[in-house]
Ligand binder design. Structure first.
Ligand SMILES: Nc1ncnc2c1ncn2[C@@H]1O[C@H](COP(=O)(O)OP(=O)(O)OP(=O)(O)O)[C@@H](O)[C@H]1O
Ligand SMILES: [Mg+2]
Length: 464
């Protein structure tokens, strides 16, 4: 049966306590009964979901003192005092101090149950309200951390908040610069682990010979140069969140040790022989699917892959591009105490047309350069003047087309070079023909094939 509520019942007289307890149980309440104030206090934690019914006259701490302590631990807790006959003065004082109600002995059980019921309803509403407030605060908190209103980002934020609340391991997928580390930080900041450490480690960036002692720590004398005992990153992350960046680059022997650590929840410092318990939540970031990543252990994959988050590339959420850009322009202006540099509609569209191979990190850099020098044109930042051969090299990582047929990749290069040239020359076909040394017919054919629209590059043009 589902209980109507929880009552913490305190009375030193066993007979009265048993009888009250029985009545409340029969009426559908869960009852925790205690014979003194001190043992009742153990149940009174901030989120305590029930109400308190206490006798006033008790040896040791009496009911009013218990009430005061309870209210300081659980603000707003409904407290009902059971008073002796004629103790009206005391009861009025207690009401003034925040008691929910008082019940005079001897009482009719129905009267007690009715009061308890109202108190439980009140408590439930209060907790519900707290929860909504907390959700609202987290919502605005994450909106300030992760900029973006596209449906994909809105969903990502919801997923982060629900995953933050549960303690599972997570793998975050996303191209370079999409915000994997930022998302991992959010998972930590909105979780119950927030007061402990967030510890990021990039296995690819630490020399292999040092990784183990970095992670597990070592005792003095464990190896040459280990002069003092050193706490490793796992221990440092105890109770908090461990972020493995580029997990795909983790050496094989370390994968085995990590798996053991996750399975057993203990580590051993190098050169030590005692096990130290660590409570970790692991968040890992990867650029490619770990299941097909050569040399990545399947058992470790399944350990980590309790949940997944996918961060879309910036070009796949183009609505967020101008928003993010303006966010960084404004932030930069604020830092330098000046007006943010304004953007034209054409510039916004130019931003959205660019493929952003470096995603948000690249956008942030360009936004800063745009902000800091009012003379520099956005098109010049995005499509710097290059000869076609340099263009090939420059756009190689830009197009992210590996695994595509050669013809598709070459086509993408061509399109990118033509776009860059058009961008530099404000949409002038003649200038592009000259620069790329192309006959008009060939250029037209290519522009049609790649769906490149000249008017998009003409400054001040009304529509695409
Ligand atoms: N949605 C966003 N809102 C605001 N800033 C963002 C957002 N996404 C990413 N950033 C910023 O972009 C930069 C790059 O993000 P981050 O370092 O988290 O990317 P990453 O995916 O870990 O990159 P890499 O794969 O190169 O390690 C950081 O400065 C981060 O604060
Ligand atoms: Mg990163």
């Amino acid at each position: 049966m589902h209980e109507l509520g929880t009552v913490l019942l305190v009375d030193d007289e066993a007979m009265v306590r048993k009888a009250t307890e029985q009545w409340l149980r029969l009426s559908g309440y869960e009852v925790i009964s205690c014979s003194d104030a001190k043992s009742a206090l153990e149940y009174l934690q901030p989120g305590f979901a029930g109400v308190l019914v206490t006798d006033v006259r008790m040896p040791g701490m009496d009911g009013t003192a218990l009430m005061r302590e309870a209210l300081s631990r659980v603000p707003g807790l409904p407290v009902m005092l059971v008073t002796g006959h004629g103790d009206i003065d005391m009861a009025t004082r207690a009401m003034r101090e925040g008691a929910y109600d008082f019940i005079e002995k001897p009482f009719a059980p129905e009267r007690l149950v009715a009061t308890v019921q109202r108190a439980c309803d009140k408590r439930r509403l209060m907790l519900e309200n707290d929860r909504l407030q907390h959700d609202l605060a987290s919502q605005s908190g994450i909106d300030a951390r992760l900029i973006g209103l596209s449906p994909a980002i809105a969903r990502l934020k919801q997923d982060i908040l629900s995953l933050a609340a549960i303690d599972t391991n997570v793998i975050i997928y996303g191209e370079t610069g999409t915000g994997k580390e930022l998302v991992a930080q959010c998972l930590h900041e909105f979780s119950n682990r927030r007061s402990r450490n967030f510890v990021p480690v990039n296995c690819g960036a630490i020399p292999e010979s040092l990784i183990e002692s970095e992670l597990f720590g070592h005792e003095a004398g464990a190896f040459t140069g280990a002069v003092k005992r050193r706490i490793g990153k796992f221990e440092y992350a105890d109770g908090g969140t461990f972020f493995f960046d580029e997990i795909e680059s983790m050496p094989a022997h370390l994968q085995i040790k990590l798996l053991r650590t996750l399975q057993e929840g203990v580590i051993e410092r190098l050169g030590g022989n005692s096990s130290i318990a660590v409570n970790l939540r692991v968040v890992a970031a990867a650029k490619a699917d770990l299941r097909v990543e050569e040399g990545f252990r399947e058992d470790l994959y399944y350990r980590l892959n309790v949940s997944q988050l996918h961060i879309p590339a910036l070009r796949d959420r183009s609505d967020d591009i101008p928003l993010l850009f303006e966010y960084y322009v404004e932030r930069c202006a604020l830092q330098h105490e000046r007006e943010p540099r304004a953007m034209t509609e054409l510039e916004r569209r130019t931003l959205q047309r660019y493929s952003w191979p470096g995603n948000v990190r690249e956008l942030k850099n360009i936004a800063l350069r745009f902000s800091l020098d009012a003379r520099v044109q956005l098109a010049d930042l995005l499509f710097p003047a290059v000869t076609p051969m340099q263009g090939l090299r420059a756009s190689q990582p830009a197009t992210q087309l590996t695994c595509q047929p050669l013809s598709v990749q070459v086509g993408a290069f061509e399109a990118e070079i033509i776009r860059q040239s058009l961008g530099r020359h404000g949409g002038s076909i003649k200038a592009v023909m000259d620069e790329l040394d192309l006959p008009r017919r060939t250029l037209n054919q290519k522009m049609t094939r790649y769906r490149i629209n000249r008017s998009e590059f003409v400054p001040g043009s009304a529509e695409d």
